[in-house]
Design a protein around this ligand. Structure first.
Ligand SMILES: Cc1ncc(COP(=O)(O)O)c(C=O)c1O
Length: 304
């Protein structure tokens, strides 16, 4: 775009911001949004090419969703889950379970992605304690990776810069390299590299002591930290095999890759993956409401 076509931001007209932003740089002020478009108050129209980022899977301000939200809010806006059941939550859980791998039919709704991954870790730990395996607590993760910003989800986020300040306040977990196999310069085939990366998990489990390892968390299709990283096909079944061999739970973080973002409902569906626990958010609520979910089979939930 020519410089003369880019209007200056209307920041002078705006009151000073009281919000925490990541930088002091002011940004265009949103007026409205619909479908793939966002209009700003200075009259520009943007294509929201990143779905802001990777959240608005069904597009902005979908009339069907807005009408359904309004209908529900006119009836009731909140019901405490220890005191009441509510029909929309039941319906959503049923619809979600129908889209997930067979048997993955216990759903726990939360408010976002970090809470979803953290809840997965907590469920894994509760399951281990309830089934007489209290020595299992380590959650192996990949480096680099991003699983969230709360202290629990940050502890499994493979990013030194993000974790550094908070490291003394949390338990930083063991890592294995993310399978960036396309980058390697060796004589192995891509599938052999996939096996090699998966086997690094086994080496890490053995080094840590298998009896202390609780779970392995990974994104089937990488997001913020690994730029849509897809592992070689051989990686996925081998990871499953290794987790099974040592009684370790496989957690799939589908916060970004799930809810249809990669063309199947879950990113892992491209390889028919059968994780033990799945975290969802972002596209699940598509920005209409803060929403995340954890999904697990009854065999993990029942012992609690
Ligand atoms: C893969 C993944 N997991 C977890 C999160 C954390 O989600 P939230 O920002 O909703 O807490 C993100 C956010 O980008 C993510 O991409």
């Amino acid at each position: 775009m020519l410089k003369s076509q880019t209007p200056a931001l209307d920041t002078e007209a705006r009151p000073p911001s009281h919000l925490f932003y990541l930088s002091s740089l002011r940004r265009p002020l949103v007026d409205r949004a619909e479908g793939i478009y966002i209009w700003t108050q200075d009259g520009r129209r943007f294509i929201d090419g990143s779905s802001g980022p990777m959240v608005a899977n069904i597009g902005h301000s979908n009339r069907n969703v807005l009408d359904a939200m309004k209908r529900q809010m006119d009836r009731a806006t909140f019901a405490y889950r220890l005191h009441f059941e509510n029909e929309p939550a039941e319906e959503l859980a049923r619809a979600l379970a129908a889209k997930l791998p067979e048997g993955m039919d216990r759903i726990f709704f939360v408010s976002g992605g970090s809470e979803a991954t953290e809840s997965c870790i907590k469920l894994a730990r509760q399951w281990a304690v309830a089934t007489g395996q209290p020595r299992r607590w380590k959650v192996i993760t990949r480096f680099p990776s991003y699983h969230g910003g709360t202290l629990g989800s940050l502890s499994v986020t493979g990013d030194d810069a993000l974790a550094e300040t908070f490291a003394p306040m949390m338990q930083v977990m063991p890592t294995v390299p993310a399978p960036a196999a396309w980058r390697d310069r060796d004589n192995l085939s891509i599938e052999q590299r996939g096996i090699r990366y998966a086997d690094m998990l086994e080496e890490k489990i053995l080094a840590e002591g298998p009896e202390s390892v609780l779970a392995f968390i990974m994104e089937p299709v990488g997001g913020a930290a690994t730029a849509a990283l897809v592992a070689p096909d051989s990686y996925y079944p081998r990871i499953r095999e290794i987790c099974d061999r040592y009684g370790i739970l496989l957690i799939h973080d589908e916060v970004m890759s799930g809810a249809g973002r990669t063309g199947k409902f879950l990113g892992g569906d491209h390889w028919n993956c059968k994780p033990d626990i799945v975290a969802l958010s972002k596209g699940l609520g598509s920005g209409y409401a803060p929403l995340g979910a954890l999904a697990a089979p009854m065999r993990l939930v029942q012992p609690l």
